[in-house]
Design a protein around this ligand. Structure first.
Ligand SMILES: [Zn+2]
Length: 252
């Protein structure tokens, strides 16, 4: 964990070519039953598990994320949801990449846990890479990944026996709740899950948001069938599948 290292220790690890992982999350409502930090805690846990296997460094997580959208995070009207504008996030990502490059880091992984961050991370990477190129740094490689994309078909069938609703509708639902139950049981209270309808959104976005379309609890599909076992299964899979994918992508 970079935040727990001294700078000389960090420097010597970077000089040896260490991969640096940066968890990106959010501070966002996760229903009545789960904490606001869920999207940051999960990619941080995944990053830790991955780093242990490939001897990587985990940088401090970015605990604020892009504006919550109704169809993937319930929307930005909930009290507690605390978002960055896209422009701010782009600049934040760009600044961080340029700093890591200055340290000598040449392999960086952006480990995302909040879907809305995606396009802004991509843009921040692009701006940073152009800037680094002008400075003559052309040997940096950056990976951007949403850790949940590493869930296998087989696991999806086990976690969602009645059908997988898609990652966007899995906000504060079975997938995130199961992972939190396995990693941070004290931050989940299943008795507070409200068994509401599955969110049913039209195939467009409307501004201002149609609050009627959003389940009032903020969870976009019912989390009632979440379990520690499901969480452990997914976590095990991420720990097994993500490290080799990272090494392969970096040509190691
Ligand atoms: Zn989430």
């Amino acid at each position: 964990m970079m935040g727990e290292m001294t700078w000389p220790d960090y420097k010597s690890r970077v000089e040896k070519g260490a991969i640096v992982l940066v968890p990106f999350g959010s501070t966002e409502q996760h229903g009545y039953h789960m904490c606001l930090g869920t999207d940051s805690l999960l990619p941080t846990a995944v990053s830790r598990a991955v780093a242990e296997q490939i001897d990587a460094i985990v940088a401090p997580a970015v605990n604020y994320g892009a504006r919550s959208q109704p169809k993937s995070g319930g929307g930005n009207h909930y009290i507690g949801t605390t978002s960055l504008s896209g422009v701010t996030l782009i600049h934040l990502v760009r600044d961080m990449i340029v700093e890591f490059a200055r340290h000598g880091v040449r392999r960086l992984v952006l480990m995302n846990g909040h879907m809305e961050n995606g396009p802004f991370l991509a843009e921040g990477v692009d701006v940073a890479m152009r800037e680094l190129k002008l400075e003559g740094i052309t040997d940096m490689t950056i990976l951007k990944l949403d850790y949940y994309e590493f869930t296998s078909e087989e696991t999806l069938k086990i976690v969602f026996p009645d059908g997988f609703p898609g990652w966007a509708l899995e906000h504060a639902a079975v997938f995130e709740t199961s992972l939190m139950m396995s990693l941070h049981p004290g931050m989940v209270d299943l008795s507070r899950v409200r068994e509401e309808r599955l969110a049913n959104f039209p195939p467009y976005d409307i501004y201002p948001a149609d609050l009627e379309a959003i389940p009032p609890s903020g969870a976009l599909s019912p989390a009632g069938s979440a379990s520690v076992e499901k969480g452990e299964r997914m976590m095990k899979e991420y720990a097994a599948l993500i490290p080799p994918a990272i090494l392969k992508a970096f040509g190691l």
